[in-house]
Write a protein that binds this ligand. Sequence first.
Ligand SMILES: [Zn+2]
Length: 454
Amino acid sequence: MAHGGLRSFLNAIRRSLPGEEGDRTMLETVLGRIWASPRIAADHRAICAAGGRFSGTASEARAREWLAARLAVAAGAPVEREAIAYRGWTRGPARVTGADGRDWPAQALGRSPATGEGGLTAPLLDLGRGTPERIAAAADTVRGAIVLVRHEFMVGTGHVHRRAKYEAARDAGAAGFLIACHEPGGLPVTGSAGDGGPGNIPCAGISLEAGAALAAQSGQAITLRTAGEFRDAAAENLFATIPGQGPELVVLSAHYDGHDLAESAIDNATGLACALAVAEAMRDLVPGLARGLQVALFSIEEWALLGSRAHLRRIGEAECARRVLNVNLDSLAGADGLTALTSGVPGMDRFLAAALAPAGLSVGTYAPFMGNSDHANYLRARIPALRLCCGFDQPQSNMRFLLTPADTADKVHPHQLKTAAAVAAALVLAACAAPAAPVPRLEAATAERIAGPL
Ligand SMILES: [Zn+2]
């Protein structure tokens, strides 16, 4: 944003408000409402109380109905439900039996093929961290083996995603795939892996302790048992749109699905609670701003971002072009310090600094693309997008509990929720109020280079 642009943008958010809130600026009003309201902590607890929200479960349905009702109130707007057909999967029990006959609990990764009762028996191959390079270097020894790799702290520089390891092992001819948690405490890790189609292999997460015990048996035969059923299913995305003065929209998104081994409290009840708080604090102001606010709550995000992809494909290019910015909230509290994953979008750093400075706030930024949440699909649709998250490069923070049974409500402090909501609100307010689109729309080639096709 050029200097003149920054000034006019500051003027826009410093415009005084009439009425009972006197001459406070819009920014002061919005941030004051967020800090003064007890709703954000109550909303967070209510979302956690619905359970882990694994797509296709009663827990997901409970959360969806609660969110639909709460979003309508918070945004003061009708809630639109968007049905998304997908190939559902119900997780059954899983376990690993070592060469010594000892059983270890396991969590089938999302959409793992079932092994059948007898299980899959094959030699174990411990490939350490399990980077694709390491798996490639192991060459023929991978063929027919159950490959053991390690999960990594997820929001940090140099993180190699579980899916990259799984796909490398599968494509190298592995018979099965195990991923051990990076965190002690008997916590099996979860997540999704393949799409359940032909060629995929049974895969499961295990605890750090199970991984250590099994690693000592590398080369010996172990047995992996996974169960799960595929069936046609439908998920629903939820939207509330508060119109602004013009046709353009700023999209504030958060996914509401999670995993069924805990409460998915950090990932992503925190993002949901913050999205609701921002909508509630801004709903009467947005109609006077240059562009509107759409709150988008996605499901089947944990399934390789299926919900947002289906949405953006469905609405088509003209609707995508109305959306000038996506602020995606995923895992915002549980650790101090927020980072914007900017994917190197041209102009995003300047916008962030300009939007947050008037509130005395700032965030870290990380430019390399991480396709780990719904912002990736907005980028693919050429919409400038960022993901906010907390605890980036802080492996000792509570962010280490993502995708484990320890992702529970006690890990999240209300002050972290409020700080995150304040940052999100400052960004959304700036983007809605700015005289021109806050960040240039992505060229098709740029979008493709950053994030690939939609
Ligand atoms: Zn998430």
